[in-house]
Ligand binder design. Structure first.
Ligand SMILES: CC(C)(COP(=O)(O)OP(=O)(O)OC[C@H]1O[C@@H](n2cnc3c(N)ncnc32)[C@H](O)[C@@H]1OP(=O)(O)O)[C@@H](O)C(=O)NCCC(=O)NCCS
Length: 136
């Protein structure tokens, strides 16, 4: 499978189409928008694994490989890669399906971003709590 193809063995955690309001001054999608969506996608799988409240403690790595444009269909694939006592580390891979050019669907798919984020399971006092054992 090409690195620039959508994974066929899993579903995206999040799919979003960025709007003109998400662009930077050059007209491309603002990196901070992609970071926010990646954080949301990572938090979806982390809070499921933690079975409760979590917070983002660190962005360990974030690489913007290719630009994202208005109207691209952007898919975020998040996967838990490490579970510690209270922490959960998640890899997020992001693909953009290029949108319409001159009214036609371009159909091109590119891997645009790779990121690793760490979340911490917290209790009602906002203190770290143990991640519970995984459900079978
Ligand atoms: C997350 C938070 C509760 C951790 O509290 P803490 O007292 O530092 O807790 P600890 O030192 O016990 O660390 C908790 C876990 O986080 C991990 N951790 C802490 N800093 C980390 C970092 N920079 N990178 C990766 N993991 C980190 C620790 O290794 C530990 O993991 P483990 O329990 O699996 O061994 C606290 O730092 C916090 O509330 N931060 C703000 C979170 C927030 O508001 N996020 C939104 C962004 S503004």
């Amino acid at each position: 499978m090409s690195e620039d193809s959508l994974p066929t063995d899993r579903h995206p955690t999040l799919r979003v189409v960025p709007m003109p309001s998400d662009t930077n001054s050059a007209g491309d999608i603002f990196g901070g928008w992609i970071m926010a969506q990646a954080d949301i996608a990572g938090s979806v799988v982390a809070s499921r694994r933690a079975r409760g409240r979590i917070v983002t403690v660190a962005v360990n790595a974030f690489q913007f490989r290719k630009p994202v444009f208005v109207n691209d269909l952007v898919s975020f694939y998040a996967e838990v890669v490490r579970v510690g006592r209270s922490s959960i580390t998640v890899d997020v891979v992001v693909y953009a399906e290029r949108a319409r050019h001159k009214g036609e669907w371009a159909g091109e798919c590119v891997k645009v971003t790779e990121a690793t984020l760490t979340y911490v399971a917290i209790d009602d006092q906002r203190l770290p709590r143990e991640v519970p054992p995984e459900h079978n």
